[in-house]
Write a protein that binds this ligand. Structure first.
Ligand code: ADP
Ligand code: MG
Length: 207
């Protein structure tokens, strides 16, 4: 693998999509080949799985079903898009990845973390990002921000306690993987966060 795989994580409304898009523009302006994608989705098959996962009608979706659907969409995205791009030397930017499953299904819903790690390792063939940018934000602030963008989806409808466990889970994952994680205070301004991300990623890609 010669490309660099960078993932954005954080609760809803923490600024992942905003920062991914700004970083993508910055890298493109510096003539670095990038590929930006999002999870779940990023492939035609994965986008269909995304519709199932976010549909508020499926209130009875079982935890294992949910975890396997995420892993299935991820398997498709890695095989069809991410691995080939990394092999070409592209910088791949992904909005959410395995740690979303660990934070939401594991820490949020209380599912066995080892089960989640196993199905995701099987799904992705063990592909891990070089950098995870965690936009850390109290979930109540994130919910206020994302409500402005559109109606609530199935996961946004979860109780605030659930989102608090997700946030704490992310911070725990960051503590366990300090070499891979960049933790930022997502209450900082969009521009301040962008500058810090450019500084770190610029150092990795030689921009
Ligand atoms: N640092 C920030 N400060 C204030 N508002 C922000 C910040 N970053 C993003 N936003 C706003 O919050 C909303 C959600 O941002 P978004 O990037 O869609 O978050 P996510 O993709 O993590 O759900 C958008 O309206 C965006 O403009
Ligand atoms: Mg987003």
């Amino acid at each position: 693998m010669i490309g660099i795989f960078i993932v954005f994580e954080g609760v809803d409304g923490s600024g992942k999509t905003t920062q991914l898009s700004l970083l993508n523009k910055y890298l493109c302006a510096n003539h670095i080949a990038t590929y930006a994608t999002r999870e779940p989705g990023g492939t035609p098959l994965g986008e269909k799985i995304r519709e199932l996962l976010l549909n508020p009608d499926f209130i009875d979706m079982q935890s294992r079903t949910e975890a396997l659907l995420y892993a299935a969409a991820r398997a498709q995205l890695v095989a069809q898009e991410i691995r080939p791009r990394l092999q070409q030397g592209t910088v791949v930017l992904c909005d959410r990845y395995i740690d979303s499953s660990l934070a939401y299904q594991g820490y949020g819903r209380g599912m066995d973390i080892d089960f989640l790690i196993k199905i995701n390792q099987l799904g992705t063939g063990g592909l891990n990002p070089q950098l995870v940018i965690l936009l850390d934000l109290p979930p109540e602030e994130g919910l206020i921000r994302s409500r402005k963008v559109g109606p609530a989806d199935r996961l946004e409808n979860e109780a605030l306690d659930f989102h608090r466990r997700v946030r704490a889970g992310y911070l725990e994952l960051a503590r366990k993987n300090p070499d891979r994680y960049l933790v930022l205070d997502a209450r900082e301004s969009i521009q301040t966060l962008h500058q810090e991300i450019c500084r770190v990623v610029g150092g990795m890609v030689g921009a």
